[in-house]
Design a binder for this molecule. Sequence first.
Ligand SMILES: Cc1cc2nc3c(=O)[nH]c(=O)nc-3n(C[C@H](O)[C@H](O)[C@H](O)COP(=O)(O)OP(=O)(O)OC[C@H]3O[C@@H](n4cnc5c(N)ncnc54)[C@H](O)[C@@H]3O)c2cc1C
Ligand code: FES
Length: 262
Amino acid sequence: MTIEKLKKMNKGKVTHIERVANEMFLIKIKTAPDFSSKPGQFISILCDGHTMRRPFSIMNFAKGNCSTAPDYGVISLLFKKKGDGTAYISALKVGDTVDFIGAMGNGFSLNNEKILLVGAGVGVAPVYYLKKYLNDAPRLIAGFQNADEIPACLKDEIDFISTDDGSGGGQGKGSIIDFLEEEIREYQPDRICVCGPHIVLKLTSEIAKAHDIPCEVAMEKTMACSIGVCRGCVITLNKNGKLENASVCKDGPVFLGEEVVW
Ligand SMILES: Cc1cc2nc3c(=O)[nH]c(=O)nc-3n(C[C@H](O)[C@H](O)[C@H](O)COP(=O)(O)OP(=O)(O)OC[C@H]3O[C@@H](n4cnc5c(N)ncnc54)[C@H](O)[C@@H]3O)c2cc1C
Ligand code: FES
């Protein structure tokens, strides 16, 4: 076991778990006092019966200065039930122990630019964290398949929501990508940060490039070790014409969209 992994090994207690949309859950985990994280980083959870930990973006982490504040030292995750690992996590109860490593990886840039955040589905989690981290300054837009997929805990926190079938009501009908050009025109961001399915990352990155706006993409790859050892999560980057391999878990998960070989 590497020193890095040992340093990042953590245990926490579930303080809250709730179904917030169709097969989507919000879980809150109280961590050790020395835990720290930044938007875009993730934790990898050990699930009963599996040796490969399951990675999840941090949706929020409240530290602040006041140890009596609600949610002090609590990590929030938003996750979708897919297979055995997420079924195990969704069945956890308040007070149960969670064994995880993290916070892992490199997150979004943190500066005072005018940022447009784009989330799709459960990918809204890390960009929501960035919004909170920057005191709600960025504009957050997000797309979901339909009204049942919109997490109740975030509904009022997202500035613009689109649903593929329009069932979200009021706002957009269609993919969030359909609204991106208009958002860029109206909001005039200095930077775009996006998380969601591969195609949403690719298209957002292409549109941002066409407008000459830097775009940071939070990538997902199935992970084994989560610490940069197994090379199971490698993607290819093109840095000024030179092709390089990068591990999503260690070098990412956030990359410059224009450097990713899609
Ligand atoms: C950096 C990172 C951050 C992530 N953040 C979140 C998050 O905030 N919320 C969330 O719900 N999910 C997130 N994921 C995806 C999540 O890790 C997988 O959904 C989870 O590992 C599935 O585990 P399982 O045992 O339930 O499913 P499995 O039985 O392992 O797989 C069930 C299905 O899920 C698919 N799947 C497995 N791993 C991934 C993956 N890494 N990405 C996409 N599909 C996968 C499989 O192909 C299969 O179709 C993230 C993944 C990465 C790499
Ligand atoms: S998951 Fe092992 S190197 Fe990334």
